[in-house]
Structure formats: C-alpha cells, structure tokens
Design a protein around this ligand. Structure first.
Ligand SMILES: [Zn+2]
Length: 106
C-alpha cells in the first residue's frame, strides 16, 4: 500500500541532486578520478599542465618521463623546447596527493 512512497521520494531526491564534487566523494575510488597523460595515456594523480608545441594548446603530461621529454626537465623549459610553457599542476583531489615537496621535519 504505502510501500511505493519511500521509493518515489528517493528517486526524486537523486534527480535533483546537483553534480558537484561534494556529492561525488563516495562510492568511487580515488583512481577513478585520475587524468590520463596526453602523451603516454597513463592515468595519473598528478599531471603538469603545459603547452608543448606550436599549436599553443594545453596538454596534461605526467610528471615522469613525458614532462622531462617536453620541458627538458626545467620548470620553465629550456632552449631546446621553445614551445614549452608551464601552466600549473593538476592534482587528483580524491587521492590526497600533493604536488608540493614534502616539508622537512623540524
Ligand atoms: Zn606520460
């Protein structure tokens, strides 16, 4: 008899929930939020946002091999990588990673 009502209420609630980061923080594992490197297509928790060629479009490259390839290992690029431009770090907030160097203990 009244058993339909709770179900209806639940589905209505689901529909009107806004899609934002707060409502997404359960059920998925942090790795589901990883972004893939544009060059080697490996999912990563930390990527460098940068321009790497004459198209001046932004790419996300992993901080390992690919970033060194496109930048020469310099944050601002070197003379061998004239198109490289650093645009910041991307971090997977769900993984709790940091792009900063760990602070030394006092
Ligand atoms: Zn890569």
């Amino acid at each position: 008899m009244a058993t339909d009502q709770p179900e209806l209420a639940v589905s209505a609630e689901l529909v009107k929930l806004p899609v934002d980061s707060k409502s997404q923080k359960r059920s998925k594992s942090p790795s589901a939020y990883r972004k893939s490197c544009d060059l080697c297509h490996t999912p990563n928790d930390v990527l460098v946002r940068c321009q790497i060629d004459e198209t001046c479009s932004w790419h996300f490259v992993c901080t390992k091999k690919c970033w060194k390839d496109v930048s020469g290992g310099m944050v601002d690029g070197d003379s061998n990588h004239p198109y490289y431009r650093y645009g910041g770090m991307w971090k997977n907030k769900h993984a709790g990673v940091s792009a900063k160097k760990p602070k030394p203990k006092k």
